[in-house]
Design a protein around this ligand. Structure first.
Ligand SMILES: Cc1cc2nc3c(=O)[nH]c(=O)nc-3n(C[C@H](O)[C@H](O)[C@H](O)COP(=O)(O)O)c2cc1C
Length: 222
């Protein structure tokens, strides 16, 4: 029987060859320093993951801004201040000829009470009463606030690339900001970001759009 799992996988669009079919999925580590940078322990963990031999390693979710944390101990990449530590992390995570992609995320309103004062969301729909003691109350984003977060996603992706990560994965699931935009329950906006699925998906499409291209909204992304 052919061992397909050991065969390389070509990702045609970018010409990336993943050396085998094993992937380590994103798992939030909660191992950042007090300044939300990668610690030696986190770097060591990724050295071990790489030695494990998977063709693709995806990091746990890294937040795109320090005032929007999903959990204590989240890594944040919003500026080049501690990029040397991200370089060490990327070097460890790719040491076995494998891909190492940084998963990047904004939690939206899914932010822990006590850690963050208020959540940001497409609409100010509160959590169900049984969850309200865990999560900070949400505020609806302005159009300018939405554009700012899109710019931040692109900035974090470009810093990840500069640090040596071979890709990024955009977290669009698990009830975080992008999935809040996609959801007709959590997104009740009546502007270009809400109502039909084409509008609810606009935020995700704008986050993923390559920076150099002019968007259909006439805004040049950062
Ligand atoms: C401790 C833990 C942390 C996780 N953190 C993330 C995360 O940061 N981002 C993400 O997309 N999924 C996260 N997940 C989900 C996993 O990537 C995976 O999708 C999930 O565990 C289902 O796969 P499984 O059935 O093999 O466990 C996490 C899962 C666990 C157990």
């Amino acid at each position: 029987m052919t061992d397909h799992l050991s065969e390389p996988l070509l990702l045609k669009k970018r010409g990336i060859v993943v050396k085998n079919r094993f992937m380590k999925s994103a798992m939030s580590e909660g191992m950042a320093s007090g300044t939300h940078a990668p610690t030696e322990e986190l770097i060591h963990l990724y050295e071990k993951w790489a030695e494990g031999g998977a063709g693709l390693i995806v990091t746990g979710n890294v937040m795109i801004r320090g005032d929007a944390l999903g959990e204590p101990g989240n890594v944040v990449l919003e500026d080049a201040g501690e990029l040397h530590l991200f370089r060490k992390w990327a070097e460890a995570g790719t040491k076995n000829g494998n891909e190492c992609w940084m998963q990047i995320n904004h939690p939206g309103k899914q932010v822990v009470r006590g850690l963050v004062r208020e959540g940001q969301a497409p609409s100010a729909i509160p959590f169900a009463p049984e969850f309200q003691r865990f999560f900070a109350p949400p505020r609806a984003l302005t159009a300018a606030g939405i554009d700012e977060i899109i710019r931040r996603f692109k900035r974090t992706a470009s810093l990840a690339k500069e640090a040596g990560f071979t890709g990024v994965q955009i977290h669009a699931a698990h009830g975080y900001l992008i999935s809040q935009f996609l959801s007709p329950r959590h997104n009740r906006r009546t502007d270009e970001w809400g109502r039909p699925i084409e509008n609810r998906a606009r935020f995700l499409r704008e986050v993923c759009r390559p920076s150099a291209r002019r968007s259909e909204r006439g805004i040049r992304s950062a």
